[in-house]
Design a protein around this ligand. Structure first.
Ligand code: ATP
Ligand code: MG
Length: 414
C-alpha cells in the first residue's frame, strides 16, 4: 500500500513513522511536516492512506480537503484528545479511523489493514479524478548578508536540505555567490556544469538543458553551482539572471539563492524578485552596522516586495550583543536565531555534509529546521535561546569520514 504521513516538523522522526517506512507491506511512503506542501504532495501522488498527525483543527481541515478532492485516498487521524467531540469532528471531516497517542506500530498497521479492506469495494466503483498537475511559480528565497563570513552559506545549504526533508517539495539551491561561491564545497559537489552553462542559453532553457546543469545532492536538493572562474561575474546581465530564475521557479517548489555581499546588478535583481529575504548576521557590532545600512538601503530603493527577515546566526553568544539590543539597533525584529556550534559546524563543512544531516538532533539543526518551516509558511517559534530538553549534540553521525585530499579529493565529478 502507498502511505503518506503528515505530521509536525518536530515529530517527523517518530519511531512508528520510521518502522512503517520499513514495513514490507508499505510499498511507498512519503512523510511531510508542512501542511501546504503536504496537501500538494497528497494531491499529486494520491496515496492509498494519509495518516494525519497534526493538532485537531489543522487535522480536521486537512482531512476535509483530502476527503472532498480525492475519492481514492483514505485518511487516518492521530490525536492526543479522547474527547468524543474531537473524534466526531475528525470523522465528519472524512477520517476513517482515529488513533489516540501514544501510537504503536502494530496499532497503525491494524488500522491501515482495516480501512484498506473497507475501501476495497468503494474503490472499484470510483470515478477517477482527472490528472491535475499543479504547475505554478515556486517560492523564491534569497539568503544574504552585507558582511562576509556571517554564515550565509551554512544557512542556505542547511535550510535547503531541511526544506526538502520537511516539505518533500522540489527544492533548488542556486549559488549566486558569483566569484567565490562555495555551496559546492559545503555539499561536497563538484562539476564543470555551472550557472555559466545556462547564461549563453538563457533564452532557451528547457528541462533537458536544466537537468544537465543542476547537480543532484543526496538529500534530493538540486543544486546550481556558481561559475568556476571569477571573471564570469562581471559578464552576467540582469536579463540572464532573471531568465535563469524564471526557469527554476517554473520547475521547483522552493528556489533558495545563496549570495555574496556585493550589491551589484545581479544581487539587486534577486532581491527585487524575492518572496522572502533572509538577512543573516552575527551579534557583533560591525555585522549589525552593515545590516542596518543594508535594511535602510533596501527600504529607500524599495528593493524588495517580499518579506524581509533577520536571521541571527551564532546566537546566543558569549559577549555578543543581546537580542533586545540587536532589535533596537536594527529597528527590525529578529525572526530566527541559529546557535553557535563551532565543533559541529566545522565538522560538517569539512566533510561536505550539512549539519542537519550529520547531526540532525543537535540544537543548531533543530533551529535550521525551524527556519525552513518558517520559510515554508508554518507558524513556528524560531527563537530558541537554549536547546530543547533531552536533545543535545545528537548521535548518529552521517558521513563522518573526513574528506580526504585537500580540496577536490573525494568530490563527485560529472
Ligand atoms: N552557527 C554556526 N556555529 C558555528 N560556526 C558557524 C556557524 N555558522 C557559520 N559558522 C562558521 O562561519 C564560517 C563562515 O560561514 P559561511 O561560509 O556560511 O559564511 P558566508 O556568509 O557564506 O561567507 P562568505 O561571505 O565567504 O560567503 C564557517 O566556516 C563556519 O566555521
Ligand atoms: Mg558564502
Amino acid at each position: 500500500m502507498r502511505v503518506a504521513v503528515v505530521t509536525m516538523p518536530d515529530q517527523i522522526d517518530q519511531d512508528w513513522i520510521a518502522r512503517l517506512g520499513q514495513d514490507p507491506r508499505v510499498g511507498w511512503m512519503e512523510r511531510v511536516a508542512i501542511l501546504s506542501t503536504g496537501l500538494e504532495m497528497v494531491q499529486q501522488s494520491r496515496p492509498d492512506v494519509v495518516i494525519v498527525d497534526r493538532p485537531p483543527v489543522e487535522a480536521e481541515e486537512f482531512i476535509r480537503q483530502v476527503f472532498t478532492t480525492l475519492p481514492t485516498t483514505t485518511c487516518v487521524a492521530i490525536t492526543s484528545l479522547t474527547d468524543i467531540n474531537v473524534v466526531r469532528r475528525l470523522m465528519m471531516a472524512g477520517a476513517r479511523d482515529v488513533l489516540v497517542r501514544p501510537v504503536r506500530h502494530t496499532d497503525i498497521l491494524q488500522s491501515l489493514n482495516s480501512v484498506m479492506q473497507i475501501e476495497q469495494d468503494r474503490r472499484n466503483r470510483q470515478i477517477v479524478t482527472s490528472d491535475r498537475q499543479s504547475y505554478g511559480r515556486g517560492k523564491f528565497v534569497v539568503v544574504i548578508s552585507p558582511k562576509g563570513g556571517a554564515g550565509t552559506t551554512v544557512v542556505s545549504t542547511n535550510m535547503a536540505v531541511a526544506l526538502r526533508q520537511i516539505s518533500s517539495g522540489r527544492v533548488a539551491l542556486a549559488d549566486f555567490g558569483l566569484q567565490f561561491g562555495h555551496v559546492g564545497t559545503h555539499l561536497n559537489l563538484f562539476s564543470r556544469h555551472t550557472l555559466q552553462n545556462l547564461l549563453a542559453k538563457s533564452d532557451e532553457i528547457d528541462d533537458t538543458i536544466l537537468s544537465g546543469v543542476m547537480q543532484q545532492h543526496g538529500s534530493g536538493v538540486h543544486v546550481l553551482l556558481a561559475p568556476s572562474s571569477p571573471e564570469v561575474a562581471g559578464e552576467i546581465s540582469r536579463e540572464q539572471i532573471c531568465a535563469v530564475l524564471d526557469s527554476l521557479l517554473l520547475r521547483y517548489t522552493y528556489v533558495i539563492a545563496d549570495t555574496w555581499c556585493v550589491l551589484d546588478e545581479v544581487t539587486m535583481a534577486l532581491l527585487e524578485r524575492a518572496d522572502d529575504v533572509l538577512v543573516v548576521t552575527t551579534p557583533e557590532i560591525p555585522a549589525l552596522k552593515n545590516v542596518k545600512f543594508f535594511l535602510e538601503y533596501m527600504a529607500q530603493h524599495q528593493l524588495t516586495r517580499g518579506r524581509v527577515s533577520i536571521v541571527l546566526n551564532r546566537f546566543p553568544s558569549v559577549e555578543g550583543v543581546s537580542l533586545e539590543d540587536v532589535q533596537q539597533h536594527l529597528r527590525h525584529p529578529v525572526s530566527a536565531n541559529i546557535p553557535s556550534d563551532g565543533q559541529l559546524v566545522t565538522f560538517s563543512i569539512n566533510r561536505g555534509v550539512p549539519v542537519v544531516l550529520s547531526h540532525p538532533q543537535s540544537w543548531v539543526s533543530q533551529s535550521l529546521r525551524k527556519l525552513a518551516a518558517y520559510v515554508a509558511g508554518e507558524q513556528v517559534t524560531t527563537i530558541s535561546l537554549e536547546p530543547e530538553k533531552g536533545k543535545g549534540k545528537g548521535k548518529g553521525i552521517v558521513g563522518g569520514e573526513p574528506r580526504r585530499g585537500l580540496f577536490w579529493g573525494l568530490r563527485r565529478q560529472t
